[in-house]
Design a binder for this molecule. Sequence first.
Ligand SMILES: Nc1ncnc2c1ncn2[C@@H]1O[C@H](COP(=O)(O)OP(=O)(O)OP(=O)(O)O)[C@@H](O)[C@H]1O
Ligand SMILES: [Mg+2]
Length: 374
Amino acid sequence: MKSDNKKQEMKSANSKPVIKDNENKDYAELVVVKPVGYPFEFNLMDEDIEITNTKLFEEYAREQWLGLEVCEKSHLFDQKIIPDYGFEIVTAKPNNSIISEKTKIKIITDELNKLNDKSKIKSKLLLSDIVGQKNAKNKVKVITKYLENPETFGPWAPKNILFYGLPGTGKTMLVKALANELDVPLYLIKATSLIGDHVGDGASKIHDLFKKASENSPSIIFIDEIDAIALHRSFQSLRGDVSEIVNSLLTEMDGISENESVITIGATNNPTSLDYAVRSRFEEEIEFSLPDDEERLAIIEKNLKTMPLKYDLDLNKIAKLTKGLSGRDIKEKILKTALHNAIANDSNMIVMSNIDYAIKSTKIKNQDIKGMFE
Ligand SMILES: Nc1ncnc2c1ncn2[C@@H]1O[C@H](COP(=O)(O)OP(=O)(O)OP(=O)(O)O)[C@@H](O)[C@H]1O
Ligand SMILES: [Mg+2]
């Protein structure tokens, strides 16, 4: 085993750790590595590797790298099966520690696995952080009850749910809060990342996704921007691989049996652009609507709590002025722009003139939003 790290030389022939120079160093609890390829280009070599069994990889890697010092952003090299293949150390806990027989070694194999790593999408969001969206919250209540007690639901279990609505209304936020509050794995995937370079990539990723979710059930699959892959038939001819992905999605959705607690949530801005066969498999379509006056006020209040500057604002007036805007627009386009405007003016207080500036400079006008779903 080699490393770009000098401590490598200290290893003994039988791969046992040599503590000598590392006496003051801790043993590593966790090391996360990412395959990065060879240090040079060579036509006969394929840069991509596929790790099919992460548990076996862990043992294989630990044996090779035992006794080496790990430092984030440095590299470790394989010396056995694929000599000189490099792995970047993404995380070392603690940093500059020594790999021992107890060190957990994890590998980030591809985008899907990165997303499947539950901790990656663990957020601190709570369902109570989401303002409004009562229908969606009611459905979430049903999902929670079901996951607590799946046997009682039998064929009446929640299975496939579609969240739809204008951008920035809280669809992704709600699913993240759900994953945080429920102690079940959530497999989040952006549908656009399923469209690969090769025909068949997306279909096999979908298969892997559902396989992992059912192996680890009860679990939730969240397919964000599902319209990107489940396009209406009339658009599918534009992309051959998309129709293959649609078929694969249908097969997998049908393949989840009654007694497997796997819930699929899809999110889209526009349900009418979905393939009908896919759309019909969602038992319920839940609309995320734009916030009303009270909800806008609540969104403004929640966001102001984290403002780095003090403020002297008429919140009811801002709620009125932002009619027709989504939660995201209120936060990103109004409050953030107002804050930046105050900072740019060397002020330590956000005032109504900063809000007026933000409202004037925002490109989205109320008229553009109204009527999109009419
Ligand atoms: N109902 C809401 N309550 C509180 N904050 C909200 C709400 N809706 C949106 N926001 C704010 O807007 C941000 C973006 O929301 P989110 O990403 O969930 O929108 P989305 O519906 O998934 O949009 P898109 O369709 O573009 O993916 C959130 O992180 C939050 O700050
Ligand atoms: Mg979203």
